[in-house]
Design a protein around this ligand. Structure first.
Ligand code: LLP
Length: 402
């Protein structure tokens, strides 16, 4: 598929996602887990495009949602998959809980005792028994960016694993609550398998204790978080998934129930790219700035997490590469995609592509600097389909009154 023709047809900045790549990644998880009952609950937040949700639902995936908005997306794209939805998040509102109860989701991943009480109240009110899993905080350290690490006591996520046994026992007295599973999520962009194994081992131990208490949980949800290599896209994804699943499986030995996974990034990051056009090449003192029509509002990962994304010209020119900063038009010094990066020569009008932008790219786009959000295209086989039109100036002003 020619990115150049897509850029001409749909304009830039443009997100382009590959359906085949996403399904291939889903298949890796499904095959690695074929030996046990499982459900891959795609973390909608990574890329919430309706077309992607539908694609994954058709292949049997479920979903991990964290808001009422994400629930509406699943209901709009794949209503038949609502019984494969787990609802995570530290601050669910009564309205969100009601909607999810009425829709009949698989389970609520509950992050505090107060939330469990709220869930019980709403369940009683709606006369719908609520299946829940406590999201426990296993106090496991995983090497990643501090903003996306979640598994330590000092983080806001989950319930102290030492309190969980008592809470499950107490919940047993409430007929509106069904202890369905247990969940854990230690962070995102984690490249090693060990921390996942360590977290699963702690959960597994708790599940065994609960069994002694007469509480038989049906599922263990080990969350998402498996990282990719942003520097070298050609790593062996299949063996990484096998190693990851292997670490979890060996920690869960003896558990007969269903295993839930919540991968986001690993499914969609490398399936997506951001195509942008060079507006200008500018020199200031010793520095050269390549100014693109995409900016931090389109892809905030470099600004927010000092994330690295490879940048390549769509049609490379001959000549000497140069060390440049690749920046957007937003009025902030933090609006950069790369600093002091060696890049092949580019001229105004050239197209560049930012790789591995399929996860948390479009998903975190904003209208900062009153910039309409980009369009998004899904490539299926040899066909490209617009799955999200570019925002217009009208869209930009639509919700406001003078
Ligand atoms: N489950 C829960 C409860 C989560 O909080 C997350 C991500 C996931 C699953 C999916 O994690 P993944 O497999 O995608 O690593 N915006 C950041 C990443 C934030 C991750 C938040 N939680 C980034 O651009 O790197």
């Amino acid at each position: 598929m020619s990115l150049e023709s897509l850029a001409v047809r749909f304009g830039t900045p443009l997100y382009v996602d590959s359906a085949d790549h996403i399904l291939e990644r889903l298949g890796l998880f499904q095959r690695a887990l074929s030996g046990r009952e499982h459900l891959i609950c795609y973390a909608v937040k990574a890329n919430p495009a309706l077309a992607i949700l539908k694609l994954l639902a058709e292949r049997g995936a479920g979903f991990d949602i964290v808001s009422g908005g994400e629930l509406e997306r699943v209901l709009a794209a794949a209503p038949e998959a609502v019984d494969r939805v787990v609802f995570s998040g530290v601050g669910k509102t009564a309205e969100e809980i009601d909607r999810a109860l009425a829709a009949g989701i698989l389970e609520f991943n509950v992050e505090s005792e107060a939330e469990l009480e709220l869930l019980a109240t709403r369940a009683k009110k709606l006369k719908r028994r609520a299946r829940f899993a406590l999201r426990v905080n296993p106090d496991v350290f995983a090497e990643t960016h501090p903003y996306i690490s979640t598994g330590l006591h000092e983080h806001k996520f989950g319930i102290d694993i030492r309190q969980a046994r008592r809470i499950y026992r107490e919940a047993g007295g409430n007929r509106w609550l069904e202890a369905h599973g247990i969940s854990v999520h230690i962070g995102s962009q984690i490249r090693a398998a060990d921390p996942f194994g360590a977290a699963a081992a702690r959960v597994s131990q708790l599940v065994a204790q609960l069994r002694q208490d007469g509480i038989a949980l049906q599922s263990i949800d080990v969350g998402g978080g498996l990282g990719i290599d942003y520097h070298d896209g050609r790593f062996d994804a299949a063996s990484i998934v096998r190693e990851y699943v292997g670490a979890i499986e060996s920690a869960l030995a003896g558990f007969e129930g269903r295993l839930l996974l919540e991968p986001g990034r690993f499914l969609v990051a490398q399936a997506g790219a951001l195509v942008t056009r060079v507006l200008n090449v500018k020199r200031n003192g010793r520095k050269t700035f390549v100014i693109t029509d995409a900016a931090m509002n389109d892809l905030i990962r470099p600004a927010l997490y000092q994330a690295y994304h490879e940048i390549v010209p769509v049609r490379p020119r001959a000549g000497k590469s140069r060390v440049v900063d690749v920046v957007g038009p937003v009025c902030e010094t933090g609006d950069f995609f790369a600093r002091d990066r060696r890049l092949a020569p580019v001229r105004p009008g050239d197209l560049l592509v930012l790789l591995d932008a399929g996860a948390y790219g479009m998903a975190q786009a904003s209208n900062y600097n009153s910039r309409p959000r980009a369009a998004e295209v899904l490539v299926v086989g040899a066909k490209a389909r617009l799955i999200r039109r570019r925002e217009t100036m009208e869209d930009l002003l639509a919700t406001e009154r003078v």
